[in-house]
Structure formats: C-alpha cells, structure tokens
Design a protein around this ligand. Structure first.
Ligand code: 3EB
Length: 350
C-alpha cells in the first residue's frame, strides 16, 4: 500500500459509486455526476452530489467524478449550499431551477444575472460562516449559455452576476485570489449547477502569458469581464494540487481557428503547456502534461475522436481524459479542456 493521499479524483459509474464500501464512502468529499438518471441510484448516499445534465458521449452508465480525501469528513447544509468538508477543504454544490420566481421585481440587472449573483452570494456567505473562505476551483454549468435573454447573452449575464457578487462580498476580481473555473453550457431544460472546492488556506492564481487574463477581457465580450484565473496552485496535506481552468483556443483575447476543431484543440493544448511553464516558475518542478487528468468538453459529439487523437498526440497514449458534450461560452469555440494535477507522491516546493 502506498502512502495515504490527501486529495484524489476517482471516476466511477453511478452503480459502482453506489456499491462502494462504507470505509471508502467515508472518504468521499463530493461527486459530480454527468448525465441524468443516476439520481435515484445515489439518493441514499449522504454525500453532496452535483447532477450535471450532459448527454453521454459514449453510451453507457452515468459517469461520476468523486473527490476523495482523508476522513473525518462532515456533511452539512447552509442555506442553499450542500457541502462536505474535511478539516482543511470543502466541496460544495448549489443547484438552481430557473422559473418565474427566480426573477424578482426590483432586480436591476437582467434576470439571469440576478440569479447568478444570488447564487454566488449564497456561496460567499456560506464560506465566510463555515471558515473556508478561499475559493480554489469552481465549475459552472449554465443552461442555454449562448441564448440571448433580456437583450444580453446568458453567458454575459452570468459574468455580470458573478463579478457583482465577488465585489459585494469584498473579494478581489483580479489577481492571486481569483479562483480557477470552467463555465460550460447545458440544454435549456437543465438546472444551473455550480460546484466548487474551497479551503481554509489560500491558493495562488496563475495566469497564461499567451492570453490576456480573462478578468481583463475587453468589453467586446460583455459588459463585465469573467472572474476566473487560468489556474490555481494549492496544497493539501503537504502535496501540491493544480487546477487548470477550462482552456480554449484563445490567444490574447481572440478566438483562433474558428470552425476548425483540430486546430482549436492544438491551440488549447499550447495554452495548457504555457500555463504549466508558469507553474514551474512558481517552483513546482514536476508539472508536465502527462501529470494531468483532463476533462474535455466538445460542442459537437462527432468531434470527440478528432480531439482525443490530438490529445494523445500531444500528451501521449497514456493520457487520462474524460469527454463530455457541452456548449462553450463563445459561439465560435468548439472545444474546451480543463485539467487537474494531484501530486500525491511529491513533496510541495511551494
Ligand atoms: C476563455 O478562456 C474560455 O467564465 O468561468 C474558460 C474557463 C472560459 C472559465 C468562465 C470561461 C470560464 O475565456 C472560456
């Protein structure tokens, strides 16, 4: 047996997760389940579960992504937040079903921006009270992300609500404390799901010199810039943990290779390599592409195999990746790739 690891990522089918032994389940901080229909199989588990309604790319059982850490863990509910925490890290999930009552009279911003602002405010309120104020990594799943409503694309409204909530809670929207994130789109009938990892200790945000920081994107992309960093580097139990944000074929602030998914995948992987260069500058000498666990979002299911071939070509045949269908936040983007590195057997140098 190896040394006990501080933070791990496991992929199980819903039924495998349901069949895990009690001592394994005691180590699960939270899960993100991709595709609908697994809710019932897992309803009995006392673990925060994010149900992301993405259509499966490969027919088969629902895929569950489980974050595993060292017990003792404590589950709870705070307002609309369902969470589970160890002594140092917290996994949380919020799910909002939009309906007539999610828009309130007196809201100044467009309706969806207000929904997002309330959701992020709920997160910040809870994190401050629970004592895990540092947001490390956020996954946002936004129904109908590219549709216009109230005269503004919903992703642009999302950015208004998110940034306003950061500001209202005294949080910086630029610089080293900004979390890593992915924001992808779901079908219009899906709920809005946000899940995240937060902690007692801060992480360090890392930017990519090939790209303008997203929080400095010009107004061309919406009235408020997105609030995320290109990556965050943190530490759990003395081991470095690297969260690479959803990364796309963007250089500077402009989309490259519109209409060409293979070229977009290549550009995206160059961006990830460039982020890893920056991580090495922060003293983490071991950040190589093959250290990462990848999650690939493709807008069109038929592009999966071409992107997979590109990832294998770039990272190697042993590359560990999961593929999901999702809309990407700019209409001309066809693929987005995020990644996580858990340096379980390495001692942190940061
Ligand atoms: C980009 O680089 C591509 O708004 O939270 C990637 C990751 C993207 C996160 C977000 C958006 C977000 O702008 C899109």
């Amino acid at each position: 047996m190896g040394k006990s690891l501080s933070l791990q990522l496991r992929y199980w089918s819903a039924s495998e997760l349901g069949r895990q032994r009690a001592d394994e389940l005691r180590r699960v901080l939270g899960v993100a389940c991709f595709s609908v229909g697994s809710e019932q199989a897992l309803a009995a588990l006392d673990i925060p579960q994010a149900y992301i309604h993405v259509p499966p790319l490969i027919p088969g059982p629902a895929l569950c992504e489980a974050w595993v850490t060292d017990p003792p863990l404590r589950q709870g509910v705070h307002g609309k937040l369902r969470y589970c925490c160890s002594e140092s890290i917290l996994f949380g999930v919020l799910t909002t079903v939009e309906n007539a009552s999610t828009t309130r009279p007196g809201d100044l911003s467009p309706g969806f921006a207000c929904v997002v602002e309330r959701m992020y405010s709920d997160i910040f309120d809870a994190l401050d009270v629970l004592g895990f104020p540092h947001l490390w990594r956020v996954w946002n799943h936004v129904p109908d992300i590219n549709r216009e409503s109230d005269g503004l694309e919903r992703y642009r409204q999302f950015n208004i609500g998110r940034q306003d909530a950061f500001k209202a809670h005294g949080r910086s929207t630029v610089g080293v404390s900004v979390p890593a994130a992915s924001t992808v789109g779901l079908a219009s009938n899906a709920p809005l799901v946000v899940h995240f990892i937060a902690a007692c200790q801060p992480a360090t945000a890392i930017e990519n010199p090939r790209q303008i920081s997203a929080y400095h994107y010009p107004e061309l992309y919406g009235p408020r810039s997105p609030t995320f960093s290109r990556a965050t580097l943190a530490e759990v139990g003395g081991h470095p943990v690297l969260f690479v944000s959803g990364t796309a074929s963007i250089v500077g602030h402009q989309t490259q290779h519109a209409g060409n998914v293979v070229a977009q995948a290549r550009e995206t992987l160059r961006n990830i390599e460039s982020i890893l260069d920056q991580v090495r500058r922060h003293g983490e000498a071991y950040a190589r592409p093959s250290d990462l666990l990848y999650k690939v979002y493709v807008r069109y299911p038929q592009d999966r195999s071409a992107v997979a071939a590109e990832l294998r070509r770039s990272v190697g045949d042993q590359v560990q990746a999961v593929y999901l269908q999702a809309d990407i936040c700019r209409r001309n983007l066809l693929v987005e790739i995020e990644a996580t590195a858990l340096y379980a057997d390495m001692v942190s140098t940061c």
